[in-house]
Design a protein. Structure first.
Length: 422
């Protein structure tokens, strides 16, 4: 009996990534175990797995849709978890925050999180580790600081799992490159598998020009951004292009900034991040927020990126009717989120007046587009099969068709619960 690959989450959907590898020789590994949230912010978990049969869990990065459910596996057993040290630090903060906000719905508490952390083996990007006879190699994924792809040699088969991946260099991370990598099977994300993002340099130019325009007109700029990654990317860009500006950063982005500065080897342009920390101001408390809003020409970078709570809601309510000010959305706006509703309808809640402040959206995605994903597939040597996950039905099938046509390998687009035998 050969290798079995079962998709426990992210099958024809984005989020709650989880893939189970079962070798005919008894080796069993879990790749990510994330959580999604429904429209009422109730957590949705991957399909279940028996923790007792796992040899190890490999975590690609710290976003909750890849790591948020891992503590569930530590209610009664202790298994090794492998991730980079920065991913472990980020994951601790994000899972604790999730527990604070949604703890009632979670099947674990702090003891399980602490057990998970105590059983975590940290690795560096580019390193290899052996666990109970199974070799795992961790390759830069280019998604967020500390993120990796994982290559596993199991039961005579080499499997490359991308997790979330990006192929362009940013100020935070260098893009993913699989030149010279060999694998029999590739499990690839497809979040943007049917589109290409605009050129990042053009996006940045338009972003900076728009910020300057609002500031020069006497308005304030609110930039709701993900606490992990997007906030620091925007701050580094502003430090490079507008070091003279009055820039503030709020919420969990402050703690994420401190962590990144503590792990400089994971940051592409650590000089710019250090500069941002030196010249820009972290926000401390509501009194300071009120003071900032009385200013003219302030730039505020803060979670939540989709306007689902966080300090961003405090600011946007107070800038809502200010025609000189602007809201710059720089993160993906998922369906049914306040950010998506704002973009589509100009409101956050039904029955309220439409926003009078200027509204912009800029594509700063940390996921590869279709061309980047194809580039990675074509770089892998010895490829026999590709499994496409982490994308909705239409997108995943479109990427799969293109891979099949251009590369000529067998491609599967499994749903959650499907098992593929290799």
């Amino acid at each position: 009996m050969g290798l079995k690959i079962t998709v426990l989450g992210a099958g024809r959907e984005v989020g709650r990534a989880a893939v189970l590898l079962e070798g005919g020789n008894g080796d069993t590994l879990l790749l990510d175990y994330g959580v999604a949230f429904d429209e009422t912010d109730v957590p949705v978990f991957p399909l279940s797995v028996k923790p007792s049969k796992l040899k190890a869990i490999a975590v690609t990065h710290a976003h909750l849709d890849h790591v948020g459910a891992v503590p569930m596996l530590f209610v009664s057993v202790r298994k090794p978890v492998v991730m980079t040290e920065l991913t472990m630090e980020f994951a601790k903060l994000l899972i604790e925050d999730m527990m604070r906000l949604a703890g009632y719905y979670l099947p674990f508490e702090h003891p399980e999180l602490e057990t998970m952390l105590a059983n975590t083996k940290t690795v560096s990007i580019g390193s290899e580790v052996w666990i109970d006879g199974v070799k795992m190699e961790f390759i830069n994924a280019g998604h967020i600081p500390g993120s990796t792809m994982v290559k596993i040699d199991i039961d005579g088969t080499s499997v490359l799992y991308t997790g979330d991946v990006n192929t362009i260099d940013t100020r935070l991370v260098k893009g993913a490159d699989l030149s010279g990598v060999e694998a029999n099977v590739m499990i690839i994300e497809s979040t943007y598998g049917n589109v290409d993002h605009p050129d990042r340099r053009e996006v940045e130019e338009k972003f900076i020009d728009a910020v300057k325009s609002v500031i020069e007109d006497g308005g304030n700029v609110l930039i709701p951004a993900f606490a992990l990654g997007r906030s620091q990317e925007i701050l580094a860009l502003l430090a490079e292009r507008m070091p003279y500006a009055e820039v503030y950063y709020d919420g969990m982005s402050r703690r994420m900034m401190d962590l990144m500065l503590s792990y400089p080897k994971y940051i592409n342009r650590i000089d710019l991040l250090r500069k941002a920390a030196q010249i820009f101001t972290p926000v401390q408390g509501t009194g300071m927020r009120r003071k900032i809003l009385r200013e003219r020409g302030a730039i505020i970078v803060t979670p939540a990126g989709m306007l689902k709570g966080g300090p961003s809601m405090y600011y946007i309510k107070r800038l809502w009717d200010d025609k000189k000010s602007a809201v710059f959305l720089v993160s993906y706006q998922a369906p049914s989120t306040p950010g998506r509703k704002l973009l589509n309808e100009g409101v956050i809640e039904e029955g309220t007046s439409k926003i009078k402040a200027k509204l912009f959206w800029f594509d700063f995605s940390s996921h590869a587009g279709a061309s980047g994903l194809m580039k990675l597939v074509k770089q892998v040597k010895g490829l026999e099969k590709v499994i496409v996950i982490h994308g909705n039905d239409a997108v995943a099938y479109e990427l799969a068709y293109r891979i099949r046509e251009e590369v000529g390998v067998d491609v599967s687009v499994p749903a959650n619960g499907d098992t593929i035998e290799v």
